[in-house]
Design a protein around this ligand. Sequence first.
Ligand SMILES: N[C@@H](CCC(=O)N[C@@H](CS)C(=O)NCC(=O)O)C(=O)O
Length: 209
Amino acid sequence: MPLSTSSAAPQLFYSEGSPYARICRMALRERGLMPQVREATTTLRDPAAAVLPHNPVGRVPALVLRDGTTLTETTLILGWLDEHGSEPAMLPGDAQGLAAYGRVLGLLDGIAVWNRELRRPEAERSPSVLSLEATRANRIADALERDVADGVYANIDAGSLALLAVLGYAERRHTVWKWRMNRPQLELWFIRASQRASFCETLPPLSGI
Ligand SMILES: N[C@@H](CCC(=O)N[C@@H](CS)C(=O)NCC(=O)O)C(=O)O
């Protein structure tokens, strides 16, 4: 069912630095749904966060529907958009596409853990967590290097937007990860895909990490 434009349009809470929320924000732009959904920024890990009255989880993305129902989790929000006007659908309909999306979500989850560890005072960081997540990220990126060469992320869908979001995050908020090294196919894919308007309009601020 397509969405109709209204002043009480669903509201997508996001923070500028969030790669998860960025996937949804890029999806809105890619599928021409910006007029139907209002975007609203929120702080995170803050008792005064604008998102908290709607979402006790306190995370973004969070999509508040007209009746007050709040959807959390990137994949569930993409699924809802698919049911409400996203054409073609963002979530892949076949196993290969779902596998490609899941692989990138796994990378993003690992990078989020790695990045969170780096935000702790140096003396509190766990060397084993840092090492495990760096190894995981590199292992997945090696697989992605082969995937992009095979054209796996050639279409604009949940998988390719998630890949854009995670590499975009590494570019500006997790620069400790030298993901480009020895991965020319992935680098070429990113150079091309990062020219999309949906990517340029949702750039996160630099974090210094
Ligand atoms: N599994 C969630 C992850 C969302 C997530 O971790 N969002 C982060 C920002 S990138 C967040 O809101 N963190 C705030 C917190 O942990 O309190 C999804 O797929 O949407």
